[in-house]
Design a protein around this ligand. Structure first.
Ligand code: UD1
Ligand code: CA
Length: 453
């Protein structure tokens, strides 16, 4: 069955009070429209049309190359008018599924169920609400058959008591919609062309409408304000946390972890409070993450420990490494198994070899560090002359004394030693000792200056 998806995203989103079009605001680090597109894609062979209006250019730009087709609705004359803009894209015999760019948490399984219910005629997704005010009500007859959707503003007192509301999400044979939508009238309280009017039309033509009731209100909730955005953000994060725990991850507080992308974990991973995971992050078996860490697009192999307040971005970390507390691994950092990067150490485009240690207060950038190297506290690779970046290479087993400045480009040979406080400007060969600092002089009987009276 061919599925044509129409995503409505032309509205202004006035209540967001934002320059950014509403559907570009993120939930879980992904623009709402991106989430809807991803859920739709997961249905399989779909063609997606996005109806845009307000902020059209920004939306096109953001989703250029994402494989969706855009149609513009220059005037927002109602949801029925919006879907009608996509009619030229309907494929022969396709089922059309209408989604909303500002209903970001809808699940593929729910959409699948709705599509299955729409084999003979339209199927709508509804939900039960304690407070249904503002929404279209689902009117059913005595046998429970769906008869119509009545908008709040058009409803009489009795209809207003109905607590089953229209989520707006609907599936129907495309040929029926293509026939009915251009024939909608806007003779209603809002003077709009209502998509919802196709329900009564269908019933009028003796084509039964199926109502599918969603069981999670968050899944069908729309975002109209920052407060609603924050509410769905928490709902998504609660789902993420529950999924992680169900897969065997220890979360010291499931209310204080945020996954803004995807996080995959091996067995017995433990995550302390206030950690944020962005982009694609994978953690191997037994990895432990201390409190207040930010991990973005990185892989950490089994047994690695990340201590409190560390930041890791675009990096790959081997097994049984120790990172932090207060470490910052910047893009291009690669730690081999057993490496240690400690307190207040920053690395960038740096390969650190097996078991090598950079334990305190160092900057290692544009560097290749061999195996079993010890880099003393306060060592800096001087990789930038104000114009060019240059590389530092340190061989296996080298020992760099504390507070050394390694002025790149420079090579330190295997087994070489650099005396503490040295400024190294030229090659140190294997097994040599390099000391480059002022010689110490001791002056006996030295008198400190005294204040003149
Ligand atoms: C709509 C439904 C209502 C349902 C509610 C759920 C209709 C007539 N009513 O009402 O039954 O309970 O959603 O939230 O469909 N849009 C366009 N172009 C337009 C009009 C709307 O793209 O011309 C988009 C908006 O950006 C928005 C969505 O469609 O994302 C819904 O539009 P909105 O005006 O909010 O519909 P409601 O009045 O809330
Ligand atoms: Ca709405």
């Amino acid at each position: 069955m061919a599925i044509d998806i129409v995503i409505l995203a032309a509205g202004k989103g006035t209540r967001m009070c934002s320059e950014l079009p509403k559907v570009l605001h993120p939930i879980g680090g992904v623009p709402m429209l991106g989430r809807v597109i991803a859920s739709a894609r997961a249905l399989g062979d779909v063609a997606i049309t996005v109806v845009i209006g307000h902020g059209a250019e920004l939306i096109r730009e953001r989703f250029a190359g994402s494989g969706v087709t855009f149609v513009e609705q220059t005037e927002q004359l109602g949801t029925g008018h919006a879907v009608a803009q996509a009619i030229p894209n309907f494929r022969e015999d396709a089922t059309v599924l209408v989604l909303y760019g500002d209903v970001p948490l809808v699940k593929t399984a729910t959409l699948q169920a709705l599509l299955e219910a729409s084999a003979g005629g339209p199927a709508l997704l509804s939900v039960l609400m304690d407070d249904p005010s503002g929404y279209g009500r689902i009117v059913r007859d005595a046998t429970g058959q769906v008869q119509a959707i009545v908008e709040q503003k058009d409803a009489d007192a009795e209809t207003l008591t109905i607590t089953e509301i229209n989520t707006g999400i609907l599936a129907a044979p495309g040929n029926l919609l293509a026939q009915w939508l251009p024939e909608l009238s806007n003779d209603n309280a809002q003077g709009e062309y209502y998509l919802t009017d196709v329900i009564a039309r269908s019933v009028g033509e003796n084509i039964a409408v199926t109502g599918v009731i969603a069981d999670d209100p968050n899944e069908v909730a729309g975002v109209n304000s920052r407060a609603q955005q924050a509410e769905l953000e928490r709902a998504l994060q609660a789902d993420n946390a529950n999924a992680l725990m169900a897969a065997g991850v220890t979360l010291l507080d499931p209310a204080r972890v945020d996954v803004r992308g995807s996080l995959s974990c091996g067995a017995d991973v433990s995550i302390d409070i206030n950690c944020i995971f962005e982009g694609e992050v994978s953690l191997g078996d037994g990895v432990k993450i201390g409190p207040n860490c930010l991990l973005k697009n990185c892989q950490l192999a089994a047994g690695t420990l990340v201590e409190a307040n560390s930041i890791i971005e675009d990096a790959s970390v081997g097994e049984a490494c120790t990172i932090g507390p207060f470490a910052r691994l910047r893009p291009g950092t690669e730690l081999a198994n057993g490496a240690k990067v400690g307190n207040f150490v920053e690395t960038k485009k740096a390969k650190i070899g097996l078991g090598s240690k950079v334990n305190h207060l160092s900057y290692i950038g544009d560097a290749e560090v061999g195996d079993g190297v010890n880099i003393g506290a306060g060592t800096i690779t001087c990789n930038y002359d104000g114009v060019n970046k240059s590389k530092t290479v340190i061989g296996d087993g080298a020992f760099i004394g504390s507070n050394s400045a390694l002025v790149a480009p420079v090579n330190i040979g295997a087994g070489a030693t650099v005396g503490a406080g040295s400024t190294i400007t030229r090659e140190v060969s294997a097994d040599e000792l390099a000391v480059a600092r002022g010689k110490q002089r001791n002056i006996a009987g030295w008198q400190r200056p005294v204040k003149k009276s």
